[in-house]
Design a protein around this ligand. Structure first.
Ligand code: BES
Ligand code: MN
Ligand code: MN
Length: 462
């Protein structure tokens, strides 16, 4: 399969231009104003799967955005790889912090990406990484190198919780039957440090509302005499962590898996520079739960963070007012064994019970999902490891990630197969942030590595 490198060399301009066309469409699933664009993106993915050599491609309608399904079944006795990815993207705001418009992709060279990186919303998460699989498929079918069966399932609602995909998976177990699930929607440690993601955190996302007086009040006439919902909300939020930055919700840690000292020291071997980490974020110190390292805090430990908080007057100048209501959106990242619905209930009970006299507190659960861990001795992991060895000349390091792809644990439950997370993004790619980008080197390296996974997985499976 040496020819994959020359195939990429001969076609890389086209590979880039096709991705750029995909990135031009603002497929923002969270904002209904972009409905037409999200649907248009699904159509484009369908066409690209057909061109890449799938025998059968269909747009599967759901109650929300469609799922693009494609397959090439060569021999029922051969293993089947199911590729999952998402074509929707996060909203790009705040727009004024982008150096170029989020849906007008441009290529720029940076210190980390001397070959250039594509700047656009979705460049890394997940259009760029998903499209690597489409191009790897194109290579394999057009060079007679596809060793097994393949199914693609590309959804348009990952960034809003994959609610309709869950239903689709439950209703289509036979159609989606596979031997391994392959996803590129995570990252790797560094360009010269390949890694395979072996864990994802779960998520519970809630919105809270504190209501005080029946209308906004003059802060001089009423200030000090009635509960101010914003004062109350911030105090309640502050009480959710203690002085050691442990979360104070009763029962929150009950099911948290404690890693052995051996596992922790294994984790600590992954290359990491605290100085570089701080420098990249312009912070003079890190922060977090007492007793854990930065890499532990952002992967094997659960967290609670306010994602947004509002109420009262935030316009220009000053307005003396006590707001009637205050709100916050809060996410809790969970680790394996913590059940997201149980944690959501613990939060709701605790937060509502904390309400002081004079206000009403409501907790509205949003969405969530379970965490995931996968062993490093599965056939899929071994095949991925060999694939990286082939293209990076190094054995990849297993790494638990702090991010969430809630559908992965459902895949395991419903489809009974392991998911292999071969991510090619870097932390500095700024996913979900202004100026998201994806290195061209990473994009092409992904396309080069994926066909080796198919080859090794098929060989190791027989
Ligand atoms: N691709 C990300 C998740 C991710 C990124 C995992 C990097 C590991 C490393 C995914 O698109 C995402 O953003 N997930 C959401 C959860 C979802 C329910 C909105 C997240 O993690 O916030
Ligand atoms: Mn993603
Ligand atoms: Mn995302």
């Amino acid at each position: 399969m040496q020819s994959i490198q020359s195939y990429i060399n001969d076609n890389k301009e086209r590979f880039l231009n096709e991705l750029i066309e995909l990135l031009k469409i603002p497929s923002i699933s969270a904002d209904s104003a972009y409905k037409g664009d999200v649907l248009k993106t699904a159509d484009l993915i369908k066409i690209s799967l057909e061109k890449a050599g799938c025998d059968h491609v269909e747009i599967c309608e759901t109650d929300g955005y469609p799922i693009v399904y494609g397959e090439k079944i060569t021999d029922k006795n051969l293993p089947t790889v199911l590729v999952y990815g998402h074509y929707d993207v996060q909203p790009p705001d705040p727009l004024d912090l982008w150096n170029s418009p989020p849906f007008e992709p441009i290529i720029k060279k940076t210190e980390l990406h001397p070959d250039g990186a594509i700047y656009a919303r979705g460049a890394c998460d997940d259009k760029g990484q998903m499209y690597m699989h489409v191009k790897a498929m194109e290579y394999m079918t057009s060079n007679n190198e596809l060793p097994c069966n393949v199914k693609f399932m590309i959804e348009g609602e990952e960034e809003v919780g994959s609610v309709n995909l869950s239903k689709f998976v439950k209703a289509n177990r036979e159609k989606l039957k596979n031997d391994v699930i392959l996803i590129s929607d995570t990252g790797m440690i560094a360009k010269d440090v390949p890694s395979i993601t072996t864990g994802l955190r779960g998520l519970s996302y809630v919105e809270v509302e504190v209501t005080g007086p029946n209308r906004d009040l003059h802060s001089g006439l009423y200030g000090g005499a009635v509960a101010n919902p914003i004062n109350v909300l911030t105090k309640m939020i502050a009480s959710l962590h203690d002085e050691n930055n442990h979360i104070t919700i009763p029962g929150f840690y009950d099911k948290v898996e404690n890693l052995s000292d051996g596992e922790r020291s294994e984790m600590a071997k992954a290359p990491f520079s605290l100085e570089a980490y701080k420098k990249s974020l312009d912070i003079d110190a890190v922060y977090g739960e007492e007793g854990y390292t930065t890499n532990e805090r952002n992967s094997i430990r659960p967290t609670l963070d306010v994602n947004g908080i509002w109420g009262g007057y935030t316009g220009e100048g000053a307005k003396t007012v006590i707001a009637s209501k205050a709100y916050a959106k809060i996410s809790m990242r969970l680790v394996p064994h913590q059940d997201w619905e149980e944690i959501t209930k613990l939060f709701k009970d605790h937060f509502e019970s904390m309400a002081p006299k004079g206000v009403k507190v409501k907790v509205k659960p949003h969405h969530g999902g379970q965490g995931y861990v996968t062993p490093i001795d599965s056939v899929g992991y071994k095949a991925a490891s060999k694939a990286y060895e082939q293209t990076f000349g190094k054995t990849p390091i297993p790494q638990r990630s702090g991010g969430s792809i809630p559908i992965v644990s459902l895949f395991e439950e419903e489809l009974n197969s392991k998911t292999i997370l071969m991510g090619f993004g870097l932390d500095s790619d700024a996913i979900h942030s202004p100026n998201e980008h994806f290195g061209i080197w990473n994009y092409l390296k992904g396309i080069e590595t994926i066909p080796w996974f198919y080859k090794h997985f098929t060989e190791l499976s027989s």
